[in-house]
Design a protein around this ligand. Structure first.
Ligand code: IMP
Length: 508
């Protein structure tokens, strides 16, 4: 029976069928089970034994997690806000890549609708199905839960070929997306020439480059703000689309004469895209508000992060949208009174890709440890991430802007083996030693702040098997308590390992 289930899980073309075999919870973490691919060739009994052991271990862990949650008075990894149908939001609290995807994946099954509200294919998360990696940049992670509907809101900029490629990848993986994903007719399109302009702008900046993902995000938002951008809904009025497209290419070419755009070929491609996406293109403002009115639970999957926000981030080393909480209102078309849980995701340390100030960066063995043990390479660009200690002034600023109701502290296990861990608690002026209040807008000032650190004792114990806060070594608990105290927001989830279920839930 067990063997049959494993075979169904790994050889079936339908992930939904696999979900039925084991239940939705098992289904979610099976996707990145490193053993699942080898299960195909699992006639070998030692391999079967390994799989059985892994399943048993994960089941025990899951049962313990649920038991902890239930004994704390909640029925799962959620707070009591799940009794209402207010909108919950998972945001990146630092410079991105905090590990939002894992929480969204885990919470996803509790929601009816999962939405993206800002950014574009500069964001990214990886899903492994049967040992095949699928990298997603635009499709919300909620798509992996068969009952969840996904929405790409009006605030997102969409590169249609990338989006359709992701849908094809999902189909190959056995995920049926039919009737489950909708794109706002007001979302703006990112064209290949936007990406070419992104690259050209970076080359022009030379040493002063932003370090963008070259996904055309800045140029596409620039078209939107200049009011010559083209929206997803325009594709359904071909004459209008063609007219706007020719005008946009012509104005872009006047600024970048060396740009090579085959207008007729592009129009052919987009004519096909127009019919392919017709059924998915809807008024998402009506849809989301109606879903909300009918009692649906909605989760917003934030992209990028607060310190990359065009208004609040380290400008100009930022992205071109508002990844902070405001984008939920402007990028989805919902009112503020519908918001409930605002969950900030923060790494136990700090990373950043691209250029720009990074006060707690560690260009030393500590930075090396964090980057190597934490496998800090970008999903979208593959670039090595810069690493440093947790930056409290940055997190206090981020909490002020977003009003986090709880934090998701990720990758605490990366500290295992360090004799000491450090927290950047204050910025002071490097020349005068005077404290700096708030986050300096001036990059010159931010580049030269001196960070005051607090040193805490590390631990050597493997924490990846811990399922309750009390299971953590006392020094790890002390770190969590100190971070909580300094930021002033409760830490509800703690990431203790790379697996999808390696998260501790605390009823705070
Ligand atoms: P853009 O969004 O491609 O224009 O890039 C602007 C800056 O934001 C660059 O430093 C990127 O590396 C950074 N960035 C954009 N999206 C992400 C993300 O999801 N994680 C981390 N950094 C990002």
């Amino acid at each position: 029976m067990f063997r049959t289930a494993i075979q169904r899980l790994t050889s079936s073309s339908s992930i939904a069928a696999a979900a039925t075999a084991f239940g939705a919870a098992t289904y979610a973490y099976t996707l990145d089970n490193p053993l699942s691919a080898s299960a195909k060739a699992a006639d070998d009994s030692s391999e079967m034994d390994a799989i059985k052991a892994w399943m048993k271990e994960t089941d025990v862990k899951l049962a313990k997690l649920e038991a902890n949650a239930v004994s704390s008075g909640v029925s799962s990894f959620m707070d009591n806000s799940k009794a209402t149908n207010k909108i919950d939001i998972v945001l990146g609290a630092q410079w991105g890549d905090e590990g939002k995807g894992k929480l969204v994946d885990m919470l996803g099954m509790h929601y009816d609708v999962c939405a993206r509200v800002a950014g574009g294919s500069n964001a990214g998360h990886t899903i492994v199905v049967d040992n095949v990696k699928y990298k997603f940049h635009l499709v919300p992670s909620g798509i992996l839960h068969p009952a969840t509907k996904c929405v790409i809101g009006n605030g997102v900029v969409v590169h249609m070929p990338q989006f359709l490629k992701e849908l094809r990848g999902l189909k190959e993986a056995g995920v049926d997306t039919t009737g489950r994903i909708f794109i706002s007719d007001r979302a703006h399109l990112v064209f290949d020439f936007h990406q070419a302009v992104d690259g050209a702008q970076e080359s022009k900046l030379g040493r002063n480059k932003i370090g963008t993902t070259k996904k055309g995000i800045g140029p596409a938002y620039a078209s939107k703000i200049s009011r010559n951008g083209i929206r997803v809904g325009d594709l359904q009025d071909w004459e209008y689309f063609e007219e706007r497209f020719r005008a946009l290419v012509s104005s872009t070419m006047s600024q970048y004469p060396s740009l090579n755009v085959d207008v007729e070929e592009e129009l052919k491609v987009y004519k096909e895209i127009a019919s392919e996406i017709k059924a998915m293109t809807i008024d998402t403002i009506e849809y989301v508000n109606l879903q909300h009115k009918n009692g649906a639970r909605i989760l917003v999957e934030g992209a990028n992060a607060t310190m990359l926000d065009i208004d609040f981030g380290t400008y100009p080393y930022v992205t071109s949208s508002n990844p902070s909480v405001g984008s939920v209102l402007t990028g989805l078309g919902v009112s503020p009174n519908k918001l409930a849980g605002i969950y900030g995701t923060v790494k136990a340390y700090c990373t950043r890709v691209g250029e720009g100030p990074f006060p707690t960066e560690q260009l030393n063995d500590y930075g090396e440890h964090l980057g190597t043990v934490g496998a800090e390479f970008g999903t979208t660009t593959g670039r090595a991430r810069r690493c440093g200690w947790l930056d409290i002034p940055q997190m206090q600023y981020s909490a002020k802007i977003n009003g986090y109701t709880a934090l998701n502290l990720t990758k605490l296990d990366v500290f295992t083996g360090l004799k000491s861990v450090f927290i950047g608690t204050k910025y002071v002026d490097a020349d005068t030693g005077k404290p700096i209040h708030g986050m300096p807008a001036s990059l010159r000032q931010l580049y030269k702040v001196k960070v005051i650190y607090e040193e805490l004792p590390g631990w050597t114990e493997d924490i990846s098997k811990c399922t309750a806060f009390e299971d953590l070594p006392p020094n790890a608990q002390a770190y969590v308590h100190r971070v909580e105290e300094l930021i002033g927001v409760p830490i509800r989830w703690i990431g203790v390992g790379p697996g999808r279920r390696d998260i501790i839930y605390r009823d705070v």
